[in-house]
Design a protein around this ligand. Structure first.
Ligand code: KG4
Ligand code: ZN
Length: 334
């Protein structure tokens, strides 16, 4: 089954052709990051306009690279939410027009589920059930994946997402947007024990997260240094901040895996490309006898191939959307 998938939830316009949910024939990603960078974050109106400008070309490129024509397409998958409403609408309208014109089924996909499914592309033998840590710019979720389309949301951030915290701290120390990868690199040169930033675990039995206190602690530290006329060692700030985030992410993921009897932890979302996180997860996994999975970098951040995978698994499990499908900017994972 050949799926044509579209992703436009934020600042990447992406179209992909995916065979049977696991094999990527093409995955074209056009990033708008350079445009948004000068504003220090994504400007929603600009994002929508840029999606409109590029979607048709990206679609054609995806078909060409896969060696396909519209006649080869069996299924159309598209991100329905969560995301920016205007940005989502560009992808969704395109997908609806294609499904209608080609008389092929349409499946609206949850973007978060898409991030999880990126792992089915990367790891051909991976099967649910597993414990999943979803860490992106907009979301931080601990999910128990019981089946290909059945998820139990066990924990979530109560304020900032992990990626958002990385981006805000990066901005405060003068790094470009999005700051996650820059903090990741800077951390390698710093001392993670230099500054005792807080680790917020919340209630004993909670799988929720909170990163806004940590972000504030970093900003306060930088202000205090400035007031004292001292220069902060940015490498140490980056490393100490990153370690404070990772300690909580890793601890809660393993706690959930143990409680739910999972022998696999799957990571997903942009922050899953963080080298510190991957290393820490793998070290702990060796001790605990658990297997760790994460997608390659290009499949961690936003892309349409992961949406194609999720659309396929939803379709073969009997889910299909009507042409009255609408975007859902605040869509949650069930
Ligand atoms: O999943 P994603 O591409 O978009 C959303 O759905 O939000 O995630 C983007 C986020 C950004 O906050 C970015 O800073 C973060 O992922 N990120 C990283 C790394 N690479 C991307 N954070 C930490 N370390 C990285 N290496
Ligand atoms: Zn994403």
């Amino acid at each position: 089954m050949i799926t044509l998938a579209i992703e436009t939830s934020c600042d990447e316009t992406s179209c992909a052709i995916v065979r049977d949910g696991r094999e990527v024939l093409s995955n074209i990603i056009s990033s708008q990051i350079d445009i948004h960078r000068k504003f220090g974050g994504v400007v929603p109106e600009i994002a929508s306009r840029k999606h409109i400008e590029s979607i048709n070309n990206i679609l054609q490129e995806a078909l060409d690279e896969a060696g396909c024509t519209f006649k080869d397409i069996d299924l159309v998958g598209v991100t329905q939410g969560p995301g920016l409403v205007g940005a989502l609408l560009v992808g969704l309208s395109t997908a609806k027009a294609l499904a209608y014109g080609l008389r092929k089924p349409l499946v609206g996909v949850n973007h978060i589920e898409g991030h999880i499914c990126a792992n089915y592309i990367e790891h051909k033998d991976l099967k649910p059930p597993f414990t999943c840590l979803v860490v992106s710019g907009g979301h931080t979720y601990l999910v128990q994946a019981n089946d290909y389309t059945e998820y139990e949301l066990v924990g979530r951030t109560r304020d900032d997402a992990a990626g958002e915290a990385f981006d805000k701290v990066a901005r405060a120390i003068g790094l470009p947007y999005p700051g996650g990868p820059f903090i990741d690199n800077l951390s390698k040169k710093g001392n993670k024990d230099a500054i005792p930033f807080p680790r917020v675990f919340l209630e004993d039995d909670s799988y929720d997260f909170s990163f806004s206190g940590l972000k504030t602690a970093v900003l306060n530290y930088l202000n205090q240094m400035k007031q004292k006329g001292e220069e902060a060692v940015v490498e140490d700030v980056a490393a100490s901040f990153q370690q404070a985030v990772l300690d909580v992410l890793v601890e809660k993921s393993f706690r959930l895996a143990k409680t739910s009897g999972s022998d696999k932890i799957v990571m997903a979302g942009g922050v899953a490309s963080n080298e510190g996180l991957r290393n820490m997860m793998e070290k702990r996994a060796e001790i605990e006898g658990i297997e760790i999975y994460y997608p390659s970098r290009v499949l961690c951040t936003d892309n349409a191939a992961m949406i194609g995978s999720a659309a396929y698994f939803n379709y073969i499990n009997g889910r299909e959307s009507g042409l009255d499908l609408n975007v859902e900017p605040n869509l949650d994972i069930k």
